[in-house]
Design a protein around this ligand. Structure first.
Ligand SMILES: [Zn+2]
Length: 243
């Protein structure tokens, strides 16, 4: 068997019909390069560019579908020029990023401060940047803490899947902390999530109408300070309450 490279061979581009030259790869009398060079250089480059655009678009579509599946619809189209929107808070939130010393962000204050909107905008931005992010609410976690032991298998499976995402997702957003009932099952689950994510340095962004200290009246004795301590430890707190 001999392998030799001849000078150049001619072929007709399947796409534009032009004759182009390529370097044949001859094994005996067989040109192995013939089946590789089906289109001319120009058409090959163009096809590669279209393929990259198609893949980028497919990736963007997938991310938008994930956003639509996880972020509440009324939060998609936040108009940052709306007079009611707290643009100062968004400026601060958009500038925040996790550091080794502060990798959680808590946004605390009254209901009309655009806390959830700013959080949703940060979540959407991180998703579009390619960071897998999970959105939940304290009430949804409360439901999951009940449902994970449900006899309804579908319900239990959904709850466990959501809990798993909350544990391991690179970023976790928890809206409306404090709106939940502090049941023993919720407290245990909530502590598990906080503790796991703190130990693995996984960012959490949470919003709450109350400062975590105020939960000391509501959380049971055993879980009280472990939960409150973790909510405040290595956490940047944007406290919007009247000082
Ligand atoms: Zn061509």
């Amino acid at each position: 068997m001999t392998t030799a490279t001849a000078t150049f061979a001619n072929a007709t581009c399947r796409s534009c019909g032009q004759v182009f030259t390529y370097e044949p790869i001859l094994v005996g009398h067989v040109d192995l390069a013939k089946s590789i060079h089906k289109t001319c250089h120009g058409c090959t480059t163009k096809a590669a560019i279209y393929e990259k655009l198609r893949r980028d678009q497919a990736r963007a579509d997938k991310i938008e579908a994930e956003i639509q599946a996880s972020i509440p619809p009324d939060l998609f189209a936040t108009d940052i020029r709306h007079p009611g929107f707290n643009s100062a808070l968004w400026e601060a939130v958009s500038l925040w990023s996790p550091t080794p010393s502060e990798f959680w962000l808590g946004i605390v204050g009254a209901a009309d401060k655009s806390k959830t909107r700013c959080m949703a905008m940060l979540a959407m931005r991180s998703m579009r940047d390619g960071i897998r992010s999970t959105w939940t609410t304290a009430n949804r976690l409360k439901d999951a803490s009940d449902d994970r032991k449900s006899r309804e298998r579908g319900l239990a499976a959904n709850a466990r899947e959501h809990i798993q995402e909350c544990l391991t997702s690179p970023w976790l957003f928890i809206d409306d902390l404090g709106k939940n009932e502090w049941s023993p099952a919720f407290e245990a689950l909530f502590f598990q999530i906080l503790d796991h994510r703190k130990n693995h340095r996984l960012p959490i962004v949470y919003s709450s109408n109350a400062h975590p200290d105020e939960f000391s009246q509501l959380i049971s004795g055993f879980n009280r300070w472990p939960i409150i301590g973790r909510l405040l430890d290595r956490t940047t707190l944007f406290d919007l309450r009247p000082q």
